[in-house]
Design a protein around this ligand. Sequence first.
Ligand SMILES: [Fe+2]
Ligand SMILES: [Fe+2]
Length: 214
Amino acid sequence: MRALADFVYTFSWRLPGRRWRRLLAFAEAEAESALELRCAAAATSDPERAALYLKHAADEARHAEILQRRATLARGSAVSLPRRGHARLFERFGEPVFIAYVHRGERRGRRQFEAHVRFFERRDPALAAALKSILADERRHESYTAELLAGPLADGAPAARRRARRVDLGDRWRRVGSALTGPLFAVLMLLLYVLAAPLALGARGDRAGWRTHD
Ligand SMILES: [Fe+2]
Ligand SMILES: [Fe+2]
């Protein structure tokens, strides 16, 4: 089962030209998380949690730099991070939902990074080492957010987790939808072309028959 999960997670690494793009996409996600966490640090009423969020934001910003550097190496020329905004999740949903959402993302990220480390361990040890250093932080992020949900943010944590799950699933669905738009369009066009081929041939036959009647 793990082998299948690894294959699915790492499939796109095998496609030509995908490695640097994927690393850059990871870097973008890390930079976006750093922004979210800086906003959360400014918005929370608790100074201890503000310090935790700032530390977490610094980790994510460092991950973005590491991944951007690895993307540059994989491409063989410099890549830059596009300036992106963030979803202002803390503002929109409040602290418990925000932390439940972050926890879900960290857990998923940790699992995926574990699969990526396994994939690159022999293929590209330097990249595997960089991913491993990030993985150690992701494990810490996953556990401190769980502790917050079990401790200071425990009030209403089950409802917050449910809400975070809905928000997360909605986000992921939108991301899959936008990622599929291009390929899906190409597949539909190909299908249309294949289905239309007999009609086109028939039309040509009709025209030919027409001419013979002329
Ligand atoms: Fe990260
Ligand atoms: Fe993280």
